[in-house]
Design a protein around this ligand. Structure first.
Ligand SMILES: [Zn+2]
Length: 124
């Protein structure tokens, strides 16, 4: 019999002694995984000066920064910032996916992608 077949008994117990967890230093949200299934880090999380920051907080942060900058245009600036953040974070995602995340049109994303490429911030 092959060894790597998962069975019903293969589910990690609720209080798995060996699990890995992460806590966001900003909003305190936490995620945990069984040790044998834990990713290198939670999807989209980053470590900043030894503290983890979840994806949501990173998004909030770039949007808040954009909205408080000079010449900021409220919601439009926030959306723009989120779109740019997502393009730089996951450059391989399609314009459609980025547009959904930033809640804007694919035309907007295409334009933003092009200007990031032109500015040398993004590879073609
Ligand atoms: Zn957070």
């Amino acid at each position: 019999m092959p060894e790597a077949i998962a069975t019903a008994n293969d589910v990690a117990p609720l209080e798995a002694p060996r699990s890995r967890s992460w806590r966001c230093s900003d909003c305190n949200v936490s995620v945990s995984f069984a040790a044998d299934r834990a990713p290198h880090q939670p999807d989209g999380w980053i470590k900043k000066s030894k503290r983890w920051v979840c994806l949501r907080c990173q998004r909030e942060r770039v949007m808040d920064m954009a909205a408080s900058g000079q010449g900021a245009d409220g919601w439009a600036s926030r959306r723009e910032a989120l779109m740019e953040f997502e393009l730089l974070r996951t450059p391989d995602e399609s314009d459609v996916v980025i547009a959904k995340r930033a809640n804007c049109s694919t035309g907007h994303v295409r334009k933003a992608r092009k200007s990031l490429v032109d500015a040398g911030k993004l590879k073609k």
